[in-house]
Design a protein around this ligand. Structure first.
Ligand code: SF4
Ligand code: F3S
Length: 369
């Protein structure tokens, strides 16, 4: 019996033809999210997406968890954008996922082995967590086998490897000094396979599924930057699209957490924000169905999608003096948008307690622990 196509599987799961076309339109928009020169050319039209999904079989997926906290799995399983994330996940066949699968023990290992044999050269390997290499990998062993052993075998027959989260991409927290387990990112160990990194702590669910969707439709991994991050999602810094940016440009910086300036939308650079040097999609895609992201909620960006971010200096210290370039125009812009941004941020976080007609903000609350 021939394998079911993505389209057939989706239809069987109750998706109408109309919803399928809508899904293809969303995927196409998602893939063309970025507008960098040379990147948009990779995007497909909804018709091309539909054509591909009607012809292609479902992509089997093996998801390994090595030295991790399962945060990326948590983020994806609790994603607030079910229409897209779930549909992408329905379009693939997740044959092995330690946290989510019902099987355990020998049964689980047998399922992984069966997928590796049946779909040799065709499955996608997603890795979450860093690889422990010290003491022959004894710090992270699964089913009696070391992480390097498992990863080497699973990657050997994979069509492509997706390293999701900072740990899998760059080593993450386990690699922080003094790195007792000899932690490495997947790309430091697997050198002979197409690899894409989806760093973040955790990775944004839509970015992981968007990358899987790209493979599903195009049969290849997306175009990446020098750190192997998809340009579609990592082509800009947090700073580029930050809604506190007018204040940075105007030289207006919050001096304390929860204070008047931070609540009114002032820039968090002096409180340690790494947004200017951090490439990720948080300030454009945001989290929780586009509701917010750390900087909007009043916390500086920690740079969680960059290598060695745990060791890169204090989380709450400015890395250098901000570029001092206030201009009258920028200041005017900041003043103009300030009230609106401040209200939007306060409203989004349930902090706005202003009385109708009053322009003064409420007294700052005591900072939560
Ligand atoms: Fe840039 Fe951070 Fe300031 Fe936003 S809060 S403008 S990302 S430095
Ligand atoms: Fe990470 Fe900064 Fe986004 S800390 S979650 S890259 S805003």
């Amino acid at each position: 019996m021939s394998e079911k196509t993505v389209y057939e599987s989706l239809r069987e799961s109750g998706l109408s033809r109309r919803d399928f076309m809508k899904f293809c339109g969303l995927l196409s928009g998602w893939m063309g999210l970025e507008f960098l020169p040379g990147v948009k050319a990779l995007a497909a039209t909804p018709e091309q997406v539909a054509e591909a999904l009607m012809a292609k079989p479902r992509v089997p997926l093996i998801w390994l968890e090595l030295q991790d906290c399962a945060g990326c799995t948590e983020a994806i399983s609790r994603s607030q954008s079910p229409s897209l994330v779930n549909l992408v996940l329905n379009s693939i066949s997740v044959d092995y996922q330690e946290t989510l699968m019902a099987a355990a023990g020998f049964q689980a290992e047998a399922s992984m082995r069966a997928t590796m044999e049946k779909f040799k050269g065709r499955y996608v390997l997603v890795v979450e967590g860093s690889l422990s290499t010290a003491a022959d990998g004894v710090y992270c062993a699964i089913a009696g086998r070391s992480g390097p052993d498992i990863l080497r075998e699973a990657a050997a027959s994979a069509a492509a490897v997706i390293a999701t989260g900072n740990c899998a991409a760059f080593g993450g927290l386990p690699k922080a000094a003094p790195n007792p387990t000899g932690a490495l990112g997947v790309g430091d160990f697997i050198k002979d396979k197409p690899i894409v990194n989806i760093p973040g702590c955790p990775a944004i669910p839509e970015v992981t599924t968007g990358t899987i969707a790209h493979f599903l439709v195009m049969g290849t991994l997306p175009k990446t930057d020098r750190l192997k991050r998809p340009l579609t999602f990592y082509g800009h810094t947090i700073h580029d699209h930050c809604l506190r940016r007018p204040f940075y440009d105007a030289g207006k910086f919050a001096e304390s957490f929860g204070g008047h300036g931070a609540r009114e939308g002032e820039c968090l650079y002096k409180l340690g924000c790494k947004g200017p040097t951090t490439y990720n999609a948080c300030s454009s895609l945001k989290w929780e169905k586009g509701l917010s992201f750390p900087v909007q909620s009043g916390h500086p960006c920690l740079g969680c999608s960059e290598p060695n971010f745990w060791d890169g200096g204090g989380f709450y210290q400015a890395q250098s003096a901000p570029i001092d370039r206030p201009t009258a125009a920028a200041f005017g812009l900041a003043a103009g948008v300030g009230a609106a941004l401040g209200a939007a941020m306060a409203g989004a976080n349930g902090l706005a307690k202003r009385k109708a007609g009053k322009t003064e903000p409420a007294e700052p609350k005591k900072a939560a622990e």
